[in-house]
Structures are given as C-alpha cells and as structure tokens.
Design a binder for this molecule. Structure first.
Ligand code: FAD
Length: 298
C-alpha cells in the first residue's frame, strides 16, 4: 500500500492566488514574504485586485509586474470599468501591456457605496464587464478571465440572465471564469449545470475563501449574495473567540470544499488569500497539492 499519499486525494490541479496591493500602512516586506511562500506552491498564476475594499488602483499593475519579475510567475492584473471612461480604462490596459502583463481579470466593479449600492454605467464608459472584455480583446492579445456567480450576482435579473451574461463575456473574448466564493455545494453544482447548458466551455476556477474571521465573512457574504448554510453557521458559532479552533475549522472546511468541488469536475482553484499565506498553504498541503507532497508521493 502507498502510505505516503491518501488515495482519495486528487492529483494537483491548477492553482491561482489572489492578492490585494498592500495598504500604505502595511509592511511591504511582509507582503512579499507572503507572495514568496505561496509562489513555492507553483501556481498557474497570481492575480492582483484593483480598487477592491478602497485600495489604491495605481498599485495593481506595478505589483503584478513585480510578481512576474521576482518569481517568473505569470501575474494577472484585475481591472474594473466602474466610474471610468473608456479612454481611461484603455490607457490603464495599455500600461499593463507595456509592463509585460498579459492577463487581465476583467470586472465591472461595484459602485462607490459598496456592493449593495445602485450601479449606473459611467458616461463614455464600458457599461458592464462584457463590453469591457470586448474592448480589451480588440486592443491587445490579453488572456482574459471574468467573474462568475454560483449563487447568482445580487443585481442579476435572474439566474438565467446571469448565466447568459457569463456566456456573453466568454463570447467576447474571455477564456476563464473565476467564481465568487460559495459555501453551498448544491448551489455550485446547479450553477455548473446552468453554465454547461448555456454552452460555457472554458475552465471554471472555483474561488476559495479561507475563513480568517467568521463575523467579517458573514457581513461580506451578505453584501455579495453568498449564503452561508445553516450547518456552517452552527459549526462556526462562537469560533471567533477561539483562534486555534477557528484556524483548524477554516483549514478543514476549505479542504472539504476542495474535495467536493474536485468531485464536481473542478480542476482550477483560485484562492482569495487576503494576503495571508498560512491558511492557503495548509489547505493545499492537506489536499496533497504542494510540490513537496507531490514529489514525495511520486
Ligand atoms: P458584470 O459581469 O458586468 O455583471 C454585473 C451585474 O450586471 C450582474 O448582475 C449581471 O447579470 C448584470 N448585467 C450584465 N450585463 C447587463 C446588462 N447589459 N444590463 C443589465 N444587467 C446586466 N471588484 C473590484 O472592485 N476589484 C477587483 O479586483 C475585483 N476582483 C474580483 C475578482 C473575482 C474573481 C470576483 C468574482 C469578483 C471581483 N470583484 C472585484 C467584485 C466585482 O467587481 C463585483 O462582483 C461586481 O458587482 C460585478 O462585477 P462583474 O465583472 O461580475 O460584472
């Protein structure tokens, strides 16, 4: 018997890690240590958010380019079209291209007030992500990834309309969907069915959000329309008061999710790292996905 590797652990899939640009008051050295720790897991790419949570937009391209320079890893820069003219967006995209970035995660973005606010397209802007994708694809040969919502985007007219929107983004030039985090595996399975029926044939990377703080997760989930199943809430009751238990719970839960998603056919896993290496490393180790474990098993 092969005692080195649990036979039920799936072979290494394609991993990607999302970072946000370090906030001005955060030590930059710690950020780069986190990136280095996770680069060691040999991801397919890393990505850097754009303006999310009020972070500066200017840093995105610079950080993405520096990840490429430091680690020889492809980096994707996110780009949102909210509150900007087409000319402004095109200039940012050209800047990305000039610094050697070849992959954009193309998004609409949220209104200034946050995910719950009413959205209206900017004058002379790209109205939605589908138009942004088309605009980017016309100008440069970027690889383009787009967002997808297993539990349907909160502003979508219906699940079907949201799936049609995803298909439109792909038809306009995107070659990968990355999902919003989702703790409801039955909902994820229904989403995969809808996407397949709509003709979505590109890889769908499952977004995995390790739980760093349950109270914060609850408010974040409410804002982006992700529901937290009753079992999960029960199991997590009081967990923020016990950091060690929370850590263990976060690792075990994410491993169970990755297992379930793998069984659903998912082979691309995108981790929302929140600029922390520890949890993501433990999850990937637990799945047997880190290069060390892989080498030991072969
Ligand atoms: P779209 O695809 O444009 O869809 C938005 C909504 O509009 C959907 O409800 C859709 O069904 C609907 N819609 C689309 N077209 C039309 C139309 N023609 N008429 C009416 N309704 C329409 N935010 C950031 O600010 N920065 C980031 O870096 C960032 N990164 C993200 C990464 C990932 C993987 C994900 C999943 C989200 C990210 N977000 C980020 C959040 C994202 O900006 C929000 O979820 C936003 O509300 C929707 O963006 P989208 O690209 O999915 O929009």
């Amino acid at each position: 018997a092969d005692f080195r590797r649990r036979p039920d652990r799936p072979a290494a899939p394609r991993l990607s890690f999302e970072f946000f640009p370090p906030k001005p008051d955060q030590p930059v050295a710690a950020f780069w240590r986190t990136v280095a720790d996770l680069a060691a897991l040999d991801p397919q790419f890393c990505s850097v958010t754009f303006g999310a949570g009020g972070s500066t937009r200017r840093a995105t391209g610079t950080i993405a380019a520096e990840i490429q320079d430091r680690h020889g890893l492809p980096a994707a820069a996110h780009l949102t079209c909210v509150d900007a003219t087409r000319a402004e967006i095109d200039a940012i995209a050209s800047g990305y291209w000039q610094t050697g970035i070849r992959h954009i995660v193309a998004l609409r973005g949220d209104p200034r007030g946050g995910a719950g606010g009413a959205y209206s397209p900017a004058r002379d802007g790209y109205a939605y992500a589908d138009a942004l994708v088309a605009g980017l694809a016309r100008r440069h040969a970027f690889e383009i990834s787009v967002a997808a919502y297993p539990e349907t985007h909160p502003q979508a007219a219906s699940a079907a309309a949201d799936t049609d929107n995803l298909k439109r983004k792909i038809d306009n030039g995107a070659s990968r969907a990355i999902t919003q985090f989702c703790f409801d595996m039955a909902a994820f399975e229904r989403f995969l069915d809808r996407a397949a029926r709509a003709g979505v044939a590109v890889p769908i990377a499952a977004g995995i959000l390790p739980i760093v703080n349950f109270a914060r997760l609850e408010s974040f989930a409410a804002a982006c329309g992700a529901h937290l199943p009753a079992d999960l809430r029960r199991a997590a009751a009081g967990i923020d008061d016990e950091p060690l238990r929370r850590h263990r719970f976060a690792v075990d839960l994410a491993i169970a999710q990755c297992d379930a998603l793998y069984r659903l056919g998912i082979r691309d896993f995108h981790f929302y790292t929140l600029n922390r290496a520890e949890l993501v490393k433990e999850i990937c180790d637990g799945m047997g996905w880190s290069p060390l474990v892989q080498r030991a098993a072969n």
